[in-house]
Structures are given as C-alpha cells and as structure tokens.
Design a protein around this ligand. Structure first.
Ligand code: ZN
Ligand code: ZN
Length: 148
C-alpha cells in the first residue's frame, strides 16, 4: 500500500483545521455565570475538540517514530572518531544504543501488531502511515481506498 502524496490544497485544508482548533483553545474563557473551574473548562474543551476535530486527535496519537539499527549490530567501523561517537550515543529502549547511520523505517507510536506480523526489524510494530492515518488521508484525497 503506497501513500498518495498530499497536494498543496490538501495540506492547506489540514493546516486550516489545525489552526481552527488552536484558535478555539486561545479564545476559550471560563464560563463566568456558573464559576467554571479550570478542570471543568478543560473537560469542555476536550469535548469540543473530540466532537469537532476527531481527525486531529487521531493524528496526534498516531505519530511516526523513526527506528534505527542497534549500534552493536550496525556494522560501522568503530574508529573512535567524533563522528562515530555522535552517530552511536543515542540510547535505545533497552540498555543499548542505536546507530543513527542505519535508519530502518518508521512505525506508528500508537499501533501495535499483536500477531508480530510487522516489519522484520520490529515485528510488533506497524509501519507508518498506519491504517487509521491511511484512512484519514484517503478521506482527504477523496480516493476511498479502504471502501473498495
Ligand atoms: Zn553504526
Ligand atoms: Zn497508528
């Protein structure tokens, strides 16, 4: 499945929606007539965003994460140079390091492949764009890929 590139017009629509959500946040005030508390206002704001911009919520939780090869298996020659050190001092999720010279691909930070059918370098990962994002983008381009 390949992801269609968005056109300038589609990016503009996305940007305008995001801008609308930000404006709403900036202009919102506590309801004074019933002494709304900060947490009540936060709840009201979340409800509004969930009802009006469910796509933005999906996008913000389904962000891509770049995955790199492990530094102990990347195959770079350890020459003690500053360049080598800089490329290999990023810790991974366990107790090792990653090699910034060997990007493997991008996965979704939210989705998980419970059957372990993901990419060979991260079997429980889901390649990004993941299905929810693909579906959102399909709505945007009007090419209902998922409907066929
Ligand atoms: Zn390396
Ligand atoms: Zn996802």
């Amino acid at each position: 499945m390949t992801q269609p590139d968005l056109t300038a017009e589609q990016w503009k629509r996305r940007a305008l929606r995001a801008e609308g959500a930000v404006f709403h946040a900036l202009w919102m005030h506590p309801l004074t007539y019933n002494n709304e508390t900060a947490s009540e206002m936060r709840g009201r704001f979340h409800q509004h965003i969930e009802a009006t911009y469910p796509d933005l919520i999906t996008r913000s939780s389904h962000q891509p994460i770049q995955v790199y090869a492990r530094a102990d298996a990347c195959g770079c020659k350890e020459d003690g140079s500053v360049e080598y050190e800089n490329a290999h001092n990023e810790p991974d999720d366990e107790d090792g390091y990653v090699c910034l010279r060997r990007p493997l691909g991008r996965v979704c930070e939210h989705c998980e492949d419970e059957d372990g059918d993901g990419p060979e370098w991260l079997p429980d990962g889901v390649l990004w764009p993941c299905p929810p994002i693909v579906a959102l983008n399909a709505c945007l381009t009007g090419t209902e890929e998922t409907a066929r």
